[in-house]
Design a protein around this ligand. Structure first.
Ligand code: GDP
Length: 428
């Protein structure tokens, strides 16, 4: 209950914080090279207002905007993709985390995957599942990352989302189904029909930022109904509630479908597939809605810290509590050298970090003081007083290595977010 004392013992500030966390998504975008990850990232930042000025400055239409962004990066010194970029959409906050997905297992990839709660896997609507898509898929499975799939480039000649969905099923062995059907393909790709609401969504205006909804075009009604049944059948395989209703031939409401998709996505037994063309500004906003609706909030993700076992031999896992009243546990997942010195990207798993805090680096038992705490955006940095459990921030002037864990200095046992037996962390 926002802003009020509640019976579970949260102070009003804490209750408001926990409520805010429900509207936070820490997610990454992963893809085979050339599938459109950069373009999609740019569009996400554009639609969420982070780099709105670009088109106004350049006065061009959305097509070919990639070059504009690059020019703007150079001119204004903005970063389209840093280790973590904070942005907002509707009532939601996002931390878009860079996942170097096409690289096979390295400690850096491992850390990036660890700090995100969900991901969008981008596939090209023509090339489909490629070698790096298989790598990305394997990584997501290994780290239990819930995900959505975005089939991109539906404007390209030869694009066929249904063939790609078959590949997701056969090559990746993922239980998946489209939650949309395309309205037109190739040059005629205009929008999508949402299978949950049965609404047609058209993307209009130079940047596809005007969403016009209408009834499903008559020629697509049969396809919509059959693909809607396919979606329900795939959900019925993994969700008892939908399964029972389907068998009883009972009415399945929009709410039932949203809830089942959300539940099974978080349980990683189902992958919703969304459609569009990032370059042509189609389908990006519904994808953001999908991230909000289906991917988990930090409070729904389960994370474990590692501590030495009670008998002194080996180590044991400790479930972290996404609660800012608990002792602090935070992981430094990426270091960046900036003009002004080192910036350390941190995910706070438990407790909080405030400006001026003294924390303990559990790798070398050194105390560190936090002089400045920020959130990085595409264009600037926002100073923070505090970052709580579930949040991602960047620290200035902290001497540490990637992979280090920070706790409160008085914490009883030695904790780490990574195995205590890892040799010296790589300093990047
Ligand atoms: P990344 O390597 O995955 O980051 O892919 P990029 O975003 O750099 O895109 C690779 C190429 O595909 C670029 O030339 C983009 O302009 C193009 N591209 C990206 N999205 C689309 C799309 O939706 N349709 C078409 N036709 N081209 C696209």
């Amino acid at each position: 209950i926002e802003g009020s004392d509640s019976s579970n013992g949260y102070s009003s500030e804490s209750a408001a914080f926990q409520n805010r966390l429900k509207y936070l998504r820490n997610f990454g975008i992963s893809a085979h090279i050339d599938s459109g990850k950069t373009t999609l990232t740019e569009r996400v930042l554009f639609y969420t207002g982070r780099i709105k000025s670009i088109h106004e400055v350049k006065g061009k239409d959305g097509v070919g905007a990639k070059m504009d962004f690059m020019e703007l990066e150079r001119e204004k010194g903005i970063t389209i993709q840093s280790a973590a970029t904070h942005t907002k959409w509707n009532n939601f906050g996002f931390n878009l985390i860079d996942t170097p997905g096409h690289v096979d297992f390295t400690i850096e990839v491992e850390r990036a995957l660890k700090v995100l709660d969900g991901a969008v896997m981008v596939l090209c609507g023509v090339s489909g599942v490629q070698s790096q898509s298989i790598t990305v898929d394997r990584q997501m499975k290994r780290y239990d990352v819930p995900r959505l799939t975005f089939i991109n480039k539906l404007d390209r000649r030869g694009a066929n989302p249904w063939r790609i969905i078959e590949q997701i099923r056969t090559k990746l062995r993922n239980n998946c189904a489209a939650t949309q059907i395309p309205i037109g393909l190739e040059d005629d790709h205009e929008g999508v029909v949402d299978l949950i609401t049965r609404e047609a969504i058209y993307f209009e205006g130079a940047h596809g930022h005007i969403l016009r909804t209408a009834e499903c075009p008559p020629e697509l009604v049969d396809q919509m109904e059959s693909k809607r049944i396919e979606l329900i059948e795939k959900l019925a395989d993994v969700d008892d509630y939908i399964g029972d209703k389907y068998l009883e031939e009972a009415r399945i409401s929009e709410k039932d479908l949203y809830e089942a998709i959300r539940k099974t996505t978080i349980a990683r037994t189902f992958t919703p597939v969304l459609l569009g063309s990032a370059l042509k500004n189609k389908g990006v906003q519904p994808l953001l809605d999908g991230v909000c609706a289906y991917l988990p909030s930090p409070t729904e993700a389960q994370n474990y810290a590692i501590k030495p076992a009670a008998d002194g031999i080996g180590e044991e896992k400790l479930l972290v509590k996404t609660d800012d009243r608990e002792p602090t546990i935070a992981l430094a997942f990426k270091l960046e050298d900036k003009k002004f010195g080192q910036l350390t990207y941190v995910r706070v798993y438990q407790g909080s970090i405030s400006k001026g805090d003294v924390l303990l680096n559990t790798r070398n038992d050194k105390k560190i003081k936090i002089p400045r705490l920020v959130r990085t955006n595409a264009e600037d940095m926002e100073d923070l007083k505090k970052a709580g459990a579930g949040e991602i921030c960047a620290l200035f002037g902290v001497d540490c290595a990637s992979g280090d864990t920070f706790t409160n200095p008085n914490q009883a046992s030695k904790l780490s977010m990574e195995s205590l037996h890892v040799p010296e962390p790589v300093i990047s």
